[in-house]
Ligand binder design. Sequence first.
Ligand SMILES: Cc1cc2nc3c(=O)[nH]c(=O)nc-3n(C[C@H](O)[C@H](O)[C@H](O)COP(=O)(O)O)c2cc1C
Length: 214
Amino acid sequence: MFQLWNNMYRKFPLINKEATNYLLSNETYLDKKEITMKLLAFAASNSRQSINKQLVTHAADVLRSLSPDIQVEVIDLNDYEAPLFSIDRETELGIPAVAQAFYDKITGADALLISFAEHNGSFTAAYKNAFDWASRIEQKVYQGKPAVYLATSPGPGGAGSVLNAAVGSAPYFAADVKASLSVPSFFDNFDGDSQRLTHEGLAKDLKAAVSALL
Ligand SMILES: Cc1cc2nc3c(=O)[nH]c(=O)nc-3n(C[C@H](O)[C@H](O)[C@H](O)COP(=O)(O)O)c2cc1C
């Protein structure tokens, strides 16, 4: 099988990256590539064009460039959209399958990378809803996992308020926050074409922040 794979790669080198990821994600036997960490990354936003999703995806890439044996999964909160939480709905419906799936993703991860969008100084409704449902499974939603928290916004505040709220409340929800970083003025500091931070100082800060997971 391994020989077959090597031959395939020689014939079709362009598919190598994707197919290697496939093999890694299924924990098969690429003996030189042992997964050292399963990283779950997401933006606390349901915007299809989310700048926080762009940032968190880039941050995951930076981490993988430092340690290529990390398996990264970037999820989208839109795939975990549950009805608006209420005690009555919980009594009526129980825990929605999508909420359980969100919680299970966290369970399956070794480390977390989350980038928080800020709406009116606080969490987005989409994140708060997913989080509230997950907290009904277990209040310690983040299950003691090491985490790096990021936040960005188009303005100079860089979603600092929501980041402070997230970091400050992390111990209640068993997130072991190793580092946090707010990226201000996203569109001045992040290049949409190359999907990377262009501001040298912020790029250095991001590298230092994600390194805290290693
Ligand atoms: C309802 C609403 C409230 C917002 N409130 C804030 C805010 O308090 N602070 C801030 O920096 N940006 C605020 N913004 C701008 C967001 O930072 C911006 O929409 C950003 O793109 C959100 O991140 P996302 O693209 O990852 O969803 C707000 C945007 C909306 C739609």
